[in-house]
Unconditional design. Sequence first.
Length: 316
Amino acid sequence: MIYKNSIKILFSNFGLVWKMLLYFFLVFSGAVLLVYLLMSPVVKIIDHAGFFNQIVDLYTDFLKSLNLTETLTELSLIIENVFQFIIDNMSKMWLSFVGVGIVVLFLNSLLFNLATMANCASLHLYMGSMTRQGFFSSFSDCFKKNIKAQLLYFLINLPLNILFVGLFILSLKLFRGAWYMSLLAVFVIIVAFVLLYALKSTLFSVWIPTIVVLNYKPLKALRTSVKMVFKRFGRIFSNAIGIVLTILVLNIVLGLFTFFVGLLVSVPMSFLLIATFGMVVVYEGQGMRYYVDVYNVISPQKKEVSDKFRDMKYIV
């Protein structure tokens, strides 16, 4: 039910996707401009070392041979050589990397994640009273509370994100074996991504909705959301796996079959789907009725039981 209702609410509020697309475009454009200015000196140094020519040659060879295993093996070697080259020349590049780290890991991540509470605020009005409020109106209404929550969210998630990146880099070494090891590596990476991201969504996607629905401060909302999740961990985690698989398939299909143009729609849809998932978990965890669409109202079992006791009181 959590998965199905999340999908239904997503399509009932699809207009939020276009507003998010505009917001993401503005944030992404500003981030790209800053990264370009900061990384120009580093790119010139790497280019002079000939690494970009190696990548172009590798791509040309792949088009001729279509040997994916060999291409991925060579690519992993080039990436390691680039990392080693950067380490050896860090004295010339460290300032650029510090600036890029601030923009990408902090500023860009913070601005993108601000969309989550704005989505949740709009969804809260829709699910609770069938009232529609635009993305940017919700964004401005909860901006101060949003900043505080996202700063705390960033500090908690930074170690997890570093861990995920490290595991991905380590997994590239699996491509150096036989062809069956490369296939196994692809399978392991996909399964690990789905399970880890589903676990992360289970633990943290309920946090911001709890702030919005219950009007709690960030720390209290975090404690409440964790307790709420662990009461129904198995059910929420299994639905989170379904949500992550849906996001993965959606982005792969729309990305590949539209030459990546479809990502302009699938990425904001993914953000909105995570938000609807968290909102449904909170509403059901608190036993609150909510609208899925104009014709359907979901009444959680907890709410139905309380209504029956209330009706029995009047009968007696």
